[in-house]
Design a protein around this ligand. Structure first.
Ligand SMILES: [Fe+2]
Ligand SMILES: [Fe+2]
Length: 429
């Protein structure tokens, strides 16, 4: 562990201790112990049985904030801190792989964040909400909790790992912040049930959430296992065609970032991303020799390769689970100027998912190179997207892609100038 990290951890432990001492009088003055015990049990159970899980981003929505909002309302700040810090101990991760300083850091950061949230809640309540239902103060307090907790964790990640990709961290936190909105509304519903109908309705609402979760989760599971089957097909293609190894997986990753920049619903984005993972599935019908060939293809062979879009579409179109966005596969080689294939669609006639995929597909080709051309540098790729904007690419999408590249989202993927020269030398023409 680095020296800076050690000092940082020590500071966090000390500040937590300081808060604990300052707020200590509250320890004795809390009389609502039934709320304390109840909220502790709920926090603990909710954290050890994760409720919503996004299988693409691998982020699980913790139920800490929804329960925390009720804690802000019913118990004093010190106890909010204690309940949350201890209630969020997870057996699967923290106890099984116990590392004392990590454990202590998690408790301290959650303690500091929740105590600060509670103090903000109490301060802003009389100003913002008066005696009415605390819609605004709960929002303020949740945001404070969210920012402090994530900020403290963000610093730890940075101190612990110098090579961490800043941009992927930012998109990770952005994904988390979407969860904050969901958590806030669930929290308000829980609080309203608690205030008006007591603990029993609170528990019933949570049970309802679990039922809803199972309903959606099983759909996601279906979709997930389906994608897994397709992915194994893709491994077959990868093994046939050395140059495209991991291509679909990488394209799906770029698609994720680009979808985040577009004004698309979350459901639509997730569909586009999962289709991106399997976009070249039609290649399993294309002859091995053509796929593997490093010579210049004949017109007939090129025609055959082009058919992979239709093959893929035909293969999957009867499967209900994914067929509503399938035209992405069919049209992922269309061009904005209408010179693409298979139908020569033009401009916005091409589904937005297909336009996004085209850009990401090309980005991967530029980054990794092909038998007939070496990879490109970051600057060359930016220039290429500028040049092809309005030609191959939707201008709006090209602009967003350039911005993502400039912002460093794909920095870990680009090859250095020297590396490219090396590859160029080893290419056979
Ligand atoms: Fe393709
Ligand atoms: Fe592709």
């Amino acid at each position: 562990m680095g020296k800076k990290l050690k000092i940082y951890l020590l500071i966090i432990y000390l500040i937590s201790l300081l808060f604990l001492l300052i707020l200590f009088p509250e320890f004795i003055h809390e009389s609502r112990y039934s709320h304390v015990i109840f909220l502790f049990i709920v926090t603990f159970l909710m954290n050890n049985f994760s409720i919503f899980f996004n299988y693409i981003t691998r982020i699980k929505t913790s139920m800490t904030i929804p329960v925390l909002i009720s804690a802000f309302y019913f118990i004093n700040p010190l106890w909010v801190g204690i309940v949350t810090a201890l209630g969020t101990i997870t057996f699967k991760e923290e106890i099984k792989y116990f590392v004392w300083y990590k454990f202590l850091f998690n408790r301290s950061s959650i303690f500091l964040a929740s105590v600060s949230g509670a103090l903000v809640f109490n301060l802003s309540r009389s100003v913002l909400d008066g005696n009415t239902f605390p819609i605004l103060s709960a929002l303020m307090a949740s945001i404070v909790y969210f920012i402090i907790n994530n900020f403290l964790v963000y610093i730890v990640i940075n101190l612990a790992d110098n090579d961490v990709n800043q941009m992927s961290l930012i998109s990770y936190f952005r994904e988390l912040s979407k969860n904050l909105i969901t958590s806030y509304f669930i929290g308000l519903i829980l609080l309203a049930s608690y205030i008006n109908f007591g603990k029993s309705l609170f528990v019933l609402v949570i049970i309802l959430l679990f039922i809803i979760k199972d309903f959606f989760y099983s759909r996601l599971q279906q979709m997930n296992s389906y994608t897994q089957i397709i992915e194994s097909f893709l491994k077959v293609i990868d093994s046939k065609d050395h140059y495209t190894e991991g291509h679909c997986e990488r394209v799906a990753n770029y698609t994720y970032h680009l979808c985040n920049e577009m004004n698309l619903s979350r459901a639509k984005s997730e569909k586009i991303i999962s289709i991106a993972k399997i976009h070249d599935i039609g290649k399993i019908y294309v002859d091995d020799d053509i796929l593997r060939s490093s010579d210049k293809l004949s017109e007939q062979e090129y025609k055959e390769i082009k058919r992979h879009t239709e093959y893929g579409y035909q293969l999957l179109k009867d499967i209900d689970l994914i067929n509503d966005e399938l035209d992405i596969i069919l049209y992922h080689h269309e061009r904005w100027d209408g010179r693409g294939y298979p139908e020569g669609l033009k401009g916005e006639k091409i589904p937005v998912g297909a336009r996004i995929l085209t850009a990401c597909d090309s980005l991967d080709v530029m980054i990794t190179g092909r038998t007939y051309k070496p990879p490109m540098t970051k600057e060359e790729i930016i220039a290429e997207f500028k040049k092809c904007s309005g030609g191959q690419f939707d201008p709006e999408i090209a602009r967003k892609m350039i911005q993502l590249i400039k912002d460093g989202y794909f920095d870990d993927k680009f090859k250095s100038e020297e590396k490219i020269r090396e590859l160029e030398l080893s290419l056979e023409y």
